[in-house]
Write a protein that binds this ligand. Structure first.
Ligand SMILES: Nc1ncnc2c1ncn2[C@@H]1O[C@H](COP(=O)(O)OP(=O)(O)OP(=O)(O)O)[C@@H](O)[C@H]1O
Ligand SMILES: [Mg+2]
Length: 257
């Protein structure tokens, strides 16, 4: 199943936010979206996930979703969005409650999601008992429980410290390794984009336009190797040079909103 951004434009009132954005997320592919602050990344993700109707263009799914998928496009939130009064297990089960699945099937999906995120031993704990990284693992497990074809992630690691980010990045690499699930990954962090993405969509400052789509021609496994560091750093510099001037402008912009 492919996800297609087809000439998407959007505005909030008089504010032009996205201008004619097109790209495709092919089945199993990871596409990162980077761009200066306020250029419309989160807006674009909401449109891709069907939460927001664009003024022009469309987000389209092409091809059948995997047969066992309960929700082909599933969000992972920056602030985890967990239910504090529910255990880890109940949080992960929550999106399955109204699917009509039998209890045993629900249990199997929850068990599988907990196992894949290393949370099996934490199923009975409450979010407030967990570190930030473990909370986000619960957010990821909850997304995995509905067997998404594509994860939609908006800065999923930005609330976490750098070591925790590194560990969760390793989790993402592992979870996305078999190509069964794709992802759209919005981030400010170019290093994260380069580590995870098959292609990086670089947006201009607002109104966000596609400046460039940068393919990363290494497998994610290769990128983890020490001798790949030079190449990855060169790519990061190249991306930064695309964004830098506009990031400065976006930073200095006076907000009239
Ligand atoms: N619901 C809304 N109503 C009005 N304006 C909005 C709304 N949502 C976002 N905006 C404005 O639209 C622009 C794009 O916002 P958006 O959150 O998509 O940018 P972003 O690239 O995700 O920013 P950041 O890098 O800070 O996360 C911003 O100027 C923002 O203030
Ligand atoms: Mg945003």
């Amino acid at each position: 199943m492919d996800l297609i951004a087809d000439h998407i434009s959007h505005r909030f009132g008089a504010l032009d936010v996205l201008d004619n954005v097109s790209f495709t997320v092919r089945s199993g592919e990871v596409v990162a979206i980077v761009g200066p602050s306020g250029c419309g990344k989160s807006t674009l993700l909401s449109i891709l996930g069907g939460l927001l109707q664009p003024r022009a263009g469309a987000a389209e799914l092409r091809g059948a979703p995997p047969a066992d998928s309960l929700n082909p496009l599933t969000f992972v939130f920056q602030d985890f969005a967990l239910l504090p009064w529910c255990t880890v297990e109940a949080n992960v089960e929550f999106p399955l409650l109204h699917t009509g699945l039998a209890v045993t099937d629900r249990r199997a999906l929850v068990d599988d999601a907990l196992r894949r995120t290393g949370l099996t031993d934490f199923r009975g704990t409450y979010p407030k008992q967990l570190s930030g990284g473990m909370r986000q693992r619960v957010g990821i497990a909850r997304a995995l429980a509905v067997k998404p074809a594509i994860l939609l992630m908006d800065e999923p690691l930005s609330a976490l410290d750098s070591q925790t980010r590194e560990l969760l990045m390793e989790d993402f690499v592992r979870l996305l390794a078999d190509g069964a699930m794709g992802a759209v990954y919005v981030t400010h962090n170019l290093e994260e984009a380069i580590r995870l993405a098959d292609r990086i969509v670089v947006l201009s400052r607002r109104p966000g336009r596609v400046r460039e789509v940068v393919p990363i021609a290494m497998t994610r496994g290769e990128r983890g190797a020490i001798d790949a560091r030079g190449k990855l750093l060169a790519l990061q510099n190249e991306l930064w040079s695309l964004i830098r001037e506009e990031a400065i402008d976006a930073e200095r912009e006076v907000q009239h909103a």
